[in-house]
Design a protein around this ligand. Sequence first.
Ligand code: FEO
Length: 174
Amino acid sequence: MLSQKLHDAINAQINAELWSAYLYLSMSMDAEAKGLKGVANWFYIQWLEEQDHARIFINYLNSQDAKVELKPIEAVRNEWPSALEMFQDTLKHEKVVTSLINNLAAIAQEDKDFASTNRLVWFIDEQVEEEESAREMISAFEAVEGNRYGLYMLDKELAARVYKQPSPLATAAE
Ligand code: FEO
């Protein structure tokens, strides 16, 4: 049984994950418009992954007999000057998400809610990966700044990224 405080905070997190999905879809569409098909693919997969994050929290609330309350999703930015700036914004945003996840974990700990603490461990690990991959992208795009051929090759490389379903959803489907 979740405390009301954690229940409310997870509902807010579902909204934050859906907002993240919307942000990355917007980056994907902007990259598409700029002819950067690989960058568009990378952010399209982020869009899918963020929806997965929302679904993991939705499944968790349902499993705890706690009602999911959907809130409006705020507007997102629609244009960035470059792919590098998209990835810089990604890192900035993921740091905010990390602090939100840490806050959920702190509430679960305060509540001595071990099931929620356990569920949140996956998200804590995921945030380490999210920040690390944004940092790697920033370094890669900084390395090719002003080099059109380098940008072309890097974009080609990002086109190869494939979507993988996260393990908590595979478990939920069993
Ligand atoms: Fe749902 Fe990118 O964190």
